[in-house]
Design a protein around this ligand. Structure first.
Ligand SMILES: [Zn+2]
Length: 128
């Protein structure tokens, strides 16, 4: 009984941290904004001072999430559209090619926010 309570609390903690990252809020203090503009991330949280991405190469984690989610949505969407509708392949390409260009751009801040949440959950988001 007590072990299941710990598991539920841990799952809620992980889910809440990932949601805060997706919503571009600091996973540590829950209030600080991660981004100054849509494409410019603060190096440290303006509210609590934790460093979001400690190493210069950390941006690749967010890029990996971005590419993975984009490809997943494309493949599932394409397969479902192909199976469930009679839309021609040309029209499907006219839908999915712009999607593959626009979606990663719009999802960019959220993917970096999710990566910062993963860094936080693994103990790599803290003050200097
Ligand atoms: Zn913060």
């Amino acid at each position: 009984m007590a072990a299941s309570g710990v598991i539920v609390r841990s799952m809620l903690h992980v889910t809440a941290a990932l949601i805060r990252g997706f919503l571009l809020r600091c996973p540590h203090c829950k209030t600080g904004h991660m981004f100054r503009t849509m494409f410019e991330m603060y190096p440290v949280c303006p509210d609590c001072g934790v460093v979001f991405e400690r190493d210069p190469g950390e941006i690749t984690g967010g890029m990996g999430i971005n590419i993975s989610v984009t490809m997943f949505v494309f493949f599932v969407g394409f397969i479902l559209m192909n199976a469930l509708t009679s839309i021609s392949l040309v029209v499907q390409l006219l839908i999915w090619i712009p999607f593959m260009i626009v979606f990663p751009i719009l999802f960019y801040p959220c993917s970096r926010g999710l990566w910062v949440s993963i860094l936080y959950l693994t103990g790599n988001v803290y003050r200097e």
